[in-house]
Design a protein around this ligand. Structure first.
Ligand code: NAD
Length: 633
């Protein structure tokens, strides 16, 4: 008797093996599931009279989301991990060598171990939409696929694309999977069954990479091709921080994919990866992300969103909301400013320009994203409150102004909440949901659900100047400027933090955010926390050198926004420059100090949520596990 799998026969003598993991909304592979699968395969091996086997999912959420992360994060020894990988390989080999053809029928997610299972089938028939995602994202946890995926994927679609998918952890849509040969065909949902039967009953030749691609796997080409792949990969990731993708390339260079010994090496080299600190931290980050998702307890009743301010943030917030299915009206002072924002979106049919603010009367949620100026925001909210419908939620995207100050303009301050998106909106996953002293809990709950509906991660924080993330970042940026004042070259300061693992250094970050914005936030915060403001920052802002957006700040930029030259800086020869480690320590310590104060003040509920916020809102090096986790030492 199987708990997680169902075996059915149809009139065409085809066996349907349906995966329906017990008590779960998503199919994941764990030891029990795999053991059952293995014994069903043993049974099927004894029934060669059947014309084929289809492996399908009973879940709405997709085919298989991967291996059960909880289970594999509990391996006790490297040997345990190696045994688990070898067992997985053995079971999938059994699938690959069944006496009849097999098809994986994929509709929705097919990731990690799920794709490795599908790769062991003779054919893959997929639903064609963007929601169908196929990929091996294991490197994101600093491990790599260990059930034969690093061998079978490049074998099927050629080493260049196959390895690239693995080292970048990229997923493909149904259509693209078919274009690349990962799927044999991509069809609309209603044709899936028919397509599956076509493959089993007609048995067309299995997909193979073209001869040129096969050539890349030759023993004498692999070292050269591998060298170039490694060089490209190094531009994106540091092998010290992320060893897993580099291990995939080394395995391939040594073994190629036609040789079955490659499977053995996959498990041998892959097993120790589970025990690295990086992997441990990335698994932690995965669960932190799940926790943030789970904080949104209910859905949302919001349908119509009105955004005021069509600048960098407002324009992108409006576009993002429209792309996620909301009806959006967008207001600014001139139609030209609105038009520029609408041009940036693909969902322009749901995004309506509204210079006179007519949408205010019908919107369920009004998001303010105008200039960072208290008086302007107060004046605007006064008008908004007079025009909006009863019960409408009023949200501000302010970076630094405490809600209580904006709320003085309102008769119903309980309707005011902060929705703090990060720049660039399309890329940054976090949204701080800011509760002022007067904000009603119902409004906060509604916004948590709304943010999830936007596919973002909501973090509830209490109102404080700069809220959580900017409040922690500001002392960091100002400390970086102090280092510059002391004569440390800006490229050295930035390099210290990128080698620590931040996506960009603090000086470049300040230029990217905009020095005018930084100064205004710093000034605002300095009213509360005595942060000394760098003279150089004030001077640059006075000179209208605001960073990337004006072509010059600390660095100079070309038209495409790439930094080309740092500002000339007099080096104070007399001082002894700090080492990279000392610089990173000073900068990280400045964040940790502020983070501790935030925790004491209850700006955020606990250290884990703070870590999640810094990773998803500020790009804090995920492989460090989070700011407070790192600070534990
Ligand atoms: P921006 O200068 O790019 O855009 C502001 C827009 O608001 C402009 O188009 C302006 O014409 C419009 N505007 C000003 N007053 C208005 C009014 N009374 N009615 C209608 N439109 C009006 O600014 P931004 O960078 O998008 O910032 C907007 C808000 O978001 C600020 O509060 C800022 O602190 C916050 N924020 C900015 C960032 C960032 O990185 N830029 C990140 C998070 C939050």
């Amino acid at each position: 008797m199987s708990v997680h799998w169902r075996l059915e026969k149809d009139a065409d003598q085809i066996l349907w093996l349906i995966f329906d993991k017990k008590d779960a909304s998503v199919n994941t592979l764990d030891r029990e599931v795999l053991q059952e699968f293995s014994s069903i395969l043993d049974d099927i091996t004894m029934k060669p009279q059947y014309r084929g086997v289809v492996i399908a999912s009973a879940k709405k959420s997709g085919f298989i989301a991967g291996a059960d992360i909880k289970q594999f994060s509990q391996f006790k020894t490297i040997a345990d991990a190696e045994v688990a990988m070898t067992e997985g390989q053995t079971i999938f080999n059994k699938l690959a060598f069944l006496p009849m053809p097999t098809v994986a029928m994929i509709d929705g997610f097919c990731l990690g171990g799920g794709l490795e299972l599908a790769l062991a089938c003779t054919y893959r028939v997929v639903e064609e939409s963007e929601e169908t995602r196929l990929g091996l994202p294991e490197v994101k946890l600093s491990i790599y696929p260990g059930f034969g995926g690093t061998v079978r994927l490049p074998r099927l679609i050629g080493a260049p694309k196959g390895l690239w998918m693995i080292v970048a952890g990229k997923t493909l849509s149904g259509k693209l999977a078919a274009k690349w040969g990962l799927a044999d065909v991509a069809v609309p949902r209603r044709q899936l069954v028919q397509a599956v039967k076509h493959y089993l009953l007609n048995q067309p030749p299995k997909h193979q990479p073209n001869p040129l691609l096969k050539l890349v796997d030759k023993k004498w080409i692999r070292p050269i091709a591998g060298h170039f792949m490694r060089k490209e990969l190094r531009k994106k990731v540091n092998p010290v921080h992320y060893p897993a993708p580099f291990a995939v390339l080394s395995n391939w260079q040594l073994m190629g994919v036609t040789n079955d010994a490659a499977f053995k090496r996959e498990s041998k080299i892959g097993a120790p990866l589970f025990f690295s600190e990086t992997s441990h931290n990335l698994v932690r980050v995965f669960f932190l992300q799940e926790r943030l998702k789970g904080l949104a307890k209910a859905g949302t009743t919001i349908k119509h969103v009105h955004v005021v301010g069509a600048g960098t943030m407002g324009g992108d917030i409006a576009a993002w909301c429209a792309e996620r299915g909301f009806r959006v009206t967008l207001q600014d002072v001139t139609p030209q400013l609105i038009a520029q924002a609408i041009k940036r979106t693909s969902a322009s049919d749901r995004l309506i320009g509204d210079v006179s603010g007519e949408g205010l009367a019908t919107a369920d949620l009004i998001i303010e994203a105008i200039t960072e100026d208290l008086a302007a925001k107060q004046a605007l909210f006064k008008q908004v409150e007079a025009k909006c419908k009863q019960g409408a939620i009023l949200a501000t995207n302010t970076s630094s102004i405490p809600l209580a100050e904006i709320a003085t303009a309102l008769t119903h301050p309980e309707q005011l909440v902060g929705l703090h998106f990060f720049n660039p909106v399309a890329k940054m996953l976090l949204v701080e949901v800011v509760q002022g002293t007067e904000t009603s809990q119902m409004v906060v709950d509604e916004m948590m659900g709304f943010v999830r509906k936007l596919d973002k991660l909501p973090l509830p924080v209490k109102s404080s100047p700069g809220f959580l993330i900017n409040r922690i970042l500001m002392p960091y940026l100002l400390e970086a400027m102090r280092l510059l004042d002391e004569g440390v070259p800006m490229t050295t300061v930035d390099a210290a933090m990128t080698s620590f693992g931040m996506p960009m250094g603090p000086v470049l970050l300040a230029d990217t955010v905009g020095l005018d914005v930084c100064l205004s936030v710093a000034k605002h915060l300095s009213q509360y926390y005595k942060v000394p403001i760098s003279k150089r920052l004030s001077t640059l802002v006075e000179q209208k050198k605001w960073g990337k957006k004006t072509g010059e700040g600390f660095y100079q930029y070309d038209k495409l926004g790439h930094h080309i030259k740092p500002l000339t800086q007099r080096s104070k020869q007399s001082i002894k420059l700090p080492t990279t480690e000392e610089i990173a320590k000073r900068l990280v310590d400045s964040m940790v100090r502020e983070a501790r104060v935030c925790l004491t003040e209850g700006v955020v509920a606990d250290a884990d949520l703070l870590d999640a916020g810094m990773i998803f809102g500020a790009g804090f090096a995920p492989f460090r596990g989070g700011l407070m986790e790192y600070a534990k030492g």
